[in-house]
Design a binder for this molecule. Structure first.
Ligand code: AMP
Length: 287
């Protein structure tokens, strides 16, 4: 497995592969890998076959974090990540530093960003205003360096996957996006690098996101159509029974357009963000 830290070297290798007709599958991550990430690596391998090349990027992208967020504390363990990527059968790991990804930025000589103007305004975009600008920018840059034929994203970040799909379509990136299912712990908690922060009882309280989804599902199964506003009030109460849980948002929306719906039915998408202690967790599901 190759470990590449330079942007130029990554692009050169990808161009070499392309010239010989090798298909490239790509999984962008921020590292501190778990089984959810590794399921995306497997999916990328499936897409490109044994003669293709699978690249995993590990880069904690500063432009998607607000100054108040957890950039410096974001968990990192490159040695372990490289071992996991090797075991998962990746051909290359691209792990650039900030100077490679944003050359000149500290001197004020970096000024180009990619902005999706519609899908990114709600939910995560409303709570974290500059977040998706950072995501679309770094993913566009990574696509230009890795030159993938297929890139795999997790449904765990439902809105992110929708925005990336829109960016690929709007900006004519010549690649296919695959969205893979969310892997969960046995008690339903969606796997996330941030789960590492959940010490002691916070880990138990974190299952409240999955509980809220299950309850919404059972309500929708019983009655054909439910008021979104009423359901939001009920779920907020339920979530905040946990002493350290604070609801950021819960939203019900059309999975294609991300537009909120007034009436929740089977097939409506639900997404929520909850602070459990200081850790902000997200989850989503189709109802
Ligand atoms: P991150 O390292 O959190 O930026 O995530 C990198 C990729 O892994 C994104 O496409 C995520 O949606 C995906 N991912 C994160 N958690 C999970 C999970 N539990 N199951 C499947 N994919 C995931």
């Amino acid at each position: 497995m190759r470990i590449i830290t330079s942007a130029a070297a990554m692009q050169k290798l990808a161009l070499q592969w392309k010239r010989t007709g090798v298909k490239i599958g790509f999984v962008p991550t921020m590292g501190y890998l778990h089984a959810g990430h590794l399921s995306l690596v497997k999916r990328a391998r499936q897409a490109v076959g044994k003669n293709g090349k699978v690249v995993v990027s590990i880069y904690v992208n500063p432009t998607q974090f607000a100054p108040t967020e957890d950039l410096s504390k974001y968990p990192r363990d490159l040695k372990r990540d490289l071992k996991l990527c090797r075991e998962a059968g990746a051909d290359a790991v691209f792990t650039p530093g900030d100077a490679e990804m944003y050359p000149g930025k500290t001197e004020g000589n970096y000024s180009t960003y990619v902005i999706e103007e519609n899908l990114g305004c709600v939910m995560e975009g409303a709570s974290r205003p500059m977040h998706f600008r950072g995501v679309t920018t770094v993913v566009a840059k990574l696509f230009n360096l890795v030159l993938p034929d297929v890139s795999v994203f997790g449904q765990k970040d439902f809105q992110q996957a929708a925005i990336i799909q829109r960016m690929v379509k709007d900006l004519n990136f010549p690649l296919k996006i695959v969205v893979a299912p969310t892997l969960r712990e046995r008690d339903g908690l969606a796997m996330s690098s941030r789960n590492k922060y959940l010490a002691g009882d916070l880990r138990r309280q974190a299952t409240v996101l999955w509980c809220a989804i299950q309850i919404a599902k059972s309500i929708v199964e019983k009655s054909k159509s439910v008021s979104a506003a009423d359901l939001k009030v009920d779920l907020k109460k339920l979530i905040e029974i946990e002493p350290d849980a604070k609801l950021d948002y819960v939203e019900f929306f059309n999975p294609e357009t991300l537009q909120p719906v007034a009436q929740v039915k089977r097939g409506t998408q639900m997404a929520l963000a909850v602070f459990v202690g200081k850790t902000r967790l997200i989850d989503n599901s189709q109802l």
